[in-house]
Design a protein. Structure first.
Length: 71
């Protein structure tokens, strides 16, 4: 799985090159959340685990989502 930063979000791209969803920071809940690209997307066990690892790394500070500089 590839995680590609876009506008303070991470696109989650599977091994086939399809964007399956995004990880964003929900400031109201003070947590990172995964949102599937479509309601009919079914994640594999490996995809779910990889996304959970990335979210845990974001929470711990191991990973970050680059902020966009519009200047």
């Amino acid at each position: 799985m590839l995680f590609f930063p876009v506008q303070q979000e991470l696109d989650c791209i599977n091994d086939s090159g399809d964007i399956i969803g995004k990880i964003t920071f929900d400031a109201a809940q003070d947590e990172y959340v995964f949102s599937p690209a479509r309601k009919d997307i079914v994640l594999s066990v490996i995809e779910e685990a990889t996304i959970a690892i990335r979210i845990a790394g974001l929470k711990s500070g191991k990973f970050s989502i680059p902020m966009q500089d519009d200047d």
